[in-house]
Design a protein around this ligand. Structure first.
Ligand code: AHR
Length: 609
């Protein structure tokens, strides 16, 4: 097989690789959000206030019940009432919380906590907060807070671990040692956060995203944007300001969303990763296939989108820019793309063109500088009827189907909208992709790069899953974690390699014959002349290529991702089984022969000087 490389092609989109996030698989609550307490606001559903439990030691007596008449804010207008009739320092009564499948504790670490409490004249006195090991019962850290009689007040506490062995097998307990009554709300405990931001994000997951070299974050969905019903759609105005003013809402993936990560938190997340938001606005279509009728009924949603854009981009002289400043961020954020809805090709009522037009008319008039993304296009459905600047197209495929799709965009028309592959993934592994999936993904990425004159952005989805049973709702997610550690799937490393070695111009890379398991792409960095050559061999045998047209006489660096079989993978207990290995190879002048091992993804950085 011969590979001819060399002729410069078109510019590579500088925003080609990015991230997509939505609240799915406990991606945020129980994932990226550094909050460790599950259901901190005592949300009540058919199962009660799961996973909270009452604990009574020895002969102590007490009850816990939701009190819907008292809470610290309008949004959190209920609370957990703890009524203790008999307790002593030896026999306490309290509440326990198992966290999100445990509390991930590390040695000599400070955890920052707070809660709202209300006590009257029959106060039970000090509240002791402890982190306790589930197996040994050992107290890993403790602190005491004494609520003062009066109205609702917030109390802070810190829990500092000693030289403990790291473990997720821990729970939180708040208990009292005297009879009395106390009302509690918003019981919170944060692990250290990325850039030490208050109400912040897990540093390990932020670091892993940074290592993917993303250019943007598509947020906040996905289905999460739409809601299972119109009433459950994402309403950004309910996600800003102090967290005590955020009620949370019914997420579309069958669990409650605290909305602790709200619009401003998404934006500062972008700021911390030096990337841009791709802002998806609720366009009045829900997953139950109902929609808001275009016209006056839709006008409030259009206004909400205009307000949201002002919150993101307006200076402090604007109403919503001033609200953002009051929320702690006076500087406006940079924005280029606004997405109208999500997967509106599923709206068989035909309402999307009119809904899109109503949004587009208002948004273009107020913000002509921003590009609009429509969501009615999809390769499998081909129903695109509106003419946006960009069309969002989604692909979820098996490894072989993904490999079959790699020429889909090669001959696609260039005179229509640009393409945003807003969700894509090769899916067979669970909870995270296996090596066969990574090969499908790498094959697909050669196509994204080759066609990046048309494909301006692309994002794998879903990005995250908590790997505990019951947490994952959608198998095959790029990054897995539990309460303590995280790992990258083979697909994660494939993507980090591709995005981390991306030039600014495509280079023609042509195989002498088509092979449905060999995939290539090449780009060049103009400032250095370095060629990034990506080679994918999905065969179970090595493949030798005769490569011509590359600058020779230098040493290339090869980053190689390899596995014995397509089923090989990484996991929470074996996180580094498959990882890139870096070596070097001399590149000869003229044609040279290069063997790609079986089941291997390679990225060669070939210097020209
Ligand atoms: O990524 C999972 C889901 O797939 C998204 O929420 C939705 O947009 C798509 O159907």
């Amino acid at each position: 097989l011969t590979l001819d490389v060399g002729k410069a092609g078109t510019p590579v989109s500088p925003t080609l690789y990015g991230l997509m996030i939505e609240e799915i698989n406990h991606s945020i609550d129980g994932g990226l959000y550094a909050e460790m307490v599950q259901n901190r606001a005592f949300h009540n559903d058919w199962s009660g206030t799961t996973p909270w439990d009452l604990v009574r030691r020895g002969s102590s007596q007490g009850t816990s019940e939701l009190d819907f008449t008292s809470g610290p804010s309008q949004s959190l207008s209920s609370s957990m009432k703890l009524s203790i009739t008999s307790a002593s320092p030896e026999n306490e009564v309290g509440l326990t919380n198992p966290g999100y499948w445990g509390f991930g504790l590390k040695a000599e670490t400070t955890y920052i906590g707070s809660f709202y409490a209300h006590v009257a004249s029959d106060s039970p006195g000090p509240i002791t907060i402890r982190l306790i090991n589930n197996r040994t019962g050992a107290v890993q850290a403790s602190s005491t807070v004494t609520p003062q009689p009066g109205g609702w007040a917030q109390y802070q506490y810190t829990l500092k671990t000693a030289k403990i062995a790291p473990s997720t097998d821990n729970h939180l307990e708040l208990s009292v040692a005297h009879p009395g009554t106390v009302w509690l709300q918003l019981v919170s405990l944060f692990q250290p956060t990325y850039h030490d931001r208050a109400n912040g994000l897990r540093p390990d997951l932020m670091g892993m995203m940074a290592d993917m070299h993303p250019a943007f974050l598509r947020m906040p969905g996905g289905n999460f944007l739409e809601g299972n019903t119109l009433a459950d759609a994402y309403d950004w105005k309910k996600t800003i300001g102090p967290i005590v003013d955020r009620a949370g809402h019914n997420g579309s993936w069958f669990y409650w969303s605290s909305d602790g990560v709200g619009l401003l938190d998404y934006l500062t997340w972008c700021e911390d990763l030096h990337i841009e938001p791709v802002l998806a606005v609720n366009a009045g279509y829900a997953l139950d296939h109902t929609h808001v009728t275009p016209g006056p009924n839709l006008a409030p949603l259009v206004q909400s989108a205009l307000d949201e854009i002002e919150y993101v981009t307006g200076d402090t002289s604007t109403h919503w820019g001033a609200v953002r400043a009051k929320d702690g961020h006076p500087t406006p954020f940079v924005l280029h793309y606004i997405e109208i809805g999500n997967e509106d090709y599923l709206d068989k009522s035909g309402s999307y063109p009119a809904r899109y037009a109503q949004f587009a008319q208002a948004l273009h008039q107020r913000y002509p500088q921003y590009k609009l993304i429509a969501t009615d296009g999809n390769a499998e459905y081909s129903t695109r009827v509106v003419s946006p600047e960009v069309s969002d197209e989604h692909y979820y495929k098996s490894p072989s189907d993904m490999m079959d799709l790699v020429h889909h965009y090669d001959n696609a028309p260039r005179d229509g909208p640009k393409v945003f592959v807003g969700e894509w993934a090769t899916r067979s592994g669970s909870p995270t992709p296996n090596f066969g999936d990574a090969l499908g993904d790498a094959a697909w990425m050669t196509s994204l790069e080759r066609n990046s004159d048309l494909i301006v952005m692309a994002a794998y989805a879903p990005l995250f899953t908590n790997v505990n049973p019951g947490a994952m709702l959608w198998p095959t997610d790029l990054i897995g974690y539990d309460a303590g550690t995280a790992y990258g799937s083979p697909s994660y490393y494939a993507q980090a390699l591709f995005a981390g070695h991306l030039g600014d111009t495509t280079i023609a890379a042509k195989l002498s014959r088509e092979d449905d398991r060999i995939f290539v792409s090449a780009t060049k960095e103009s400032s250095t002349g370095t060629v990034h050559l990506k080679l994918v061999n999905a065969h179970s045998t090595p493949e030798t290529l005769a490569i011509a047209g590359l600058p020779g006489g230098h040493t290339a660096e090869i980053s190689s991702l390899h596995a014995s079989t397509w089923n090989d993978t990484n996991s929470i207990t074996d996180p580094a089984h498959i990882r890139p290995v870096v070596s070097t190879v001399p590149v000869k002048v003229g044609e040279w022969s290069h063997t790609i091992p079986a089941n291997t993804i390679e990225v060669l950085d070939i210097p020209s000087r």
